[in-house]
Design a protein around this ligand. Structure first.
Ligand SMILES: *Cc1c(COP(=O)(O)O)cnc(C)c1O
Length: 376
């Protein structure tokens, strides 16, 4: 039925670039003509404005979200062999970053409502090597940070928030990125604030951690060409910072648009075979992804596809099921809800540039499926 031109993709970085074409072109031309391409004025300016957007004190631009996790963990003092409690229900980057540092991931199950780390699981996973918790605000839904903080404080654990999917998400009016020792953001093109390449940032309210990440991202330099300690190269380039800076003023508006689309989807899903993501009291969901649950997922996906609507599964397998990690991560045999959830999740198209007509079409199709399910 749907031709290629009216097929609705799950995400569309191109639609976003087109929406802000003028601002982006101007920013790019300026950088190209400036002759300064890595860690310059655009990066410093973006760091300041993104920190201000979050209500945080410091932001340090780095090369990717994965690097942001690595550098944040390193800056809070994580050493090879240290155990980090996190989740299996996440993007692989969360776990890859921990292992790249030589640290050891340990998996806690998720909470069925938030689909984020279940704080009541932390106690059982503690050992004398436990050093940190990495909660992931998955899909843009904030993790229960108050409970996680209470347990972390009790056991002297550092907290690094994985905010790669949650730019602008809030808990009681405070933006995520402010609830731990440091936070990692990604600016991969499909994220809520996306570059036209790779990018990331470490956000913190602690001057010492910011200083440390700043040095670590460039060979451990505190003074140019002089390494105070061993570092790496994970710099943000000026082109990406300029594009991010051009788009940041629209992020709040874009998030509101995502949430309004999600509201319409919610109203169109009302049968016992399917459920929309929970609307968790006291939190503002950034709606990076609209991930619903469907008991008959494959036929549901086919029904949408035939109507010209793409869907995706984030993610087809939790980390502890993937060949690189299977059977070797502590905690992996106690992930009942993680094991249950991944089989039914399905992501609907979600980006601010979806037109009202496209949203109408998706809602109409959801309602048709609703009727079919009710008859069953
Ligand atoms: C995208 C993502 C990352 C990694 O970001 P990159 O910029 O791709 O390295 C980390 N964690 C989560 C949850 C993500 O979605």
């Amino acid at each position: 039925m749907g031709t290629m031109t009216d097929f609705i993709p799950v995400a569309s970085p191109l639609a976003q670039t087109q929406a802000y074409a003028q601002e982006i072109q101007d920013a790019i031309r300026d950088v190209v003509n400036s002759g300064w391409y890595v860690l310059g004025d655009y990066v410093s300016k973006f760091e300041k404005t993104f920190a201000a957007f979050l209500g945080a004190r410091f932001c340090v631009g780095v090369a990717s979200g994965t690097d942001a996790l690595i550098l944040a963990l390193k800056a809070v003092g994580i050493q090879p062999g240290d155990e980090i409690i996190t989740v299996s229900h996440t993007a692989v980057a969360t776990v890859a970053a921990i292992e790249l540092l030589g640290a050891v991931p340990v998996f806690a199950d998720i909470d069925p409502v938030t689909r984020c780390l279940d704080p009541s699981r932390i106690d059982d996973l503690l050992s004398d090597k436990s050093r940190a918790v990495v909660p992931v605000h998955i899909y843009g839904q904030p993790a229960p940070m108050k409970e996680i903080k209470a347990i972390a404080r009790q056991h002297g654990l550092k907290i690094i928030e994985d905010c790669a999917q949650a730019h602008g998400a809030e808990i009681n009016g405070i933006k995520v990125g402010n609830f731990g020792d440091a936070a990692a953001f990604s600016f991969y093109p499909t994220k809520n604030l996306g570059a036209i390449g790779d990018g990331g940032a470490v956000v913190t309210n602690t001057a010492e951690i910011a200083r440390s990440v700043k040095a670590l991202r460039e060979y451990g330099w505190e003074k140019r060409y002089v390494s105070s300690f061993p570092g790496m190269n994970s710099r943000l380039d000026e082109l990406q910072a300029a594009v991010l800076g051009a788009k940041l003023p629209y992020l709040a508006r874009d998030t509101a648009r995502r949430r309004s689309i999600a509201g319409r989807y919610r109203k169109s899903i009302k049968n016992r075979h399917q459920s929309p993501p929970a609307d968790v009291k006291g939190t503002l969901h950034a709606m990076h992804l609209f991930v619903m649950e469907s008991k008959n997922r494959e036929s549901f996906r086919k029904f949408l596809k035939d109507a010209g609507i793409d869907t995706a599964v984030h993610y087809p397998e939790p980390i502890h099921k993937q060949p690189a990690y299977a059977g070797r991560i502590r905690g992996c045999d106690h992930l009942a809800y993680t094991e249950k959830l991944y089989k039914s999740i399905v992501s609907l198209p979600m980006y601010p540039e979806l037109t009202d007509q496209q949203v109408d079409k998706i809602c109409t199709t959801l309602k048709k499926w609703d009727l079919i399910c009710r008859k069953k």
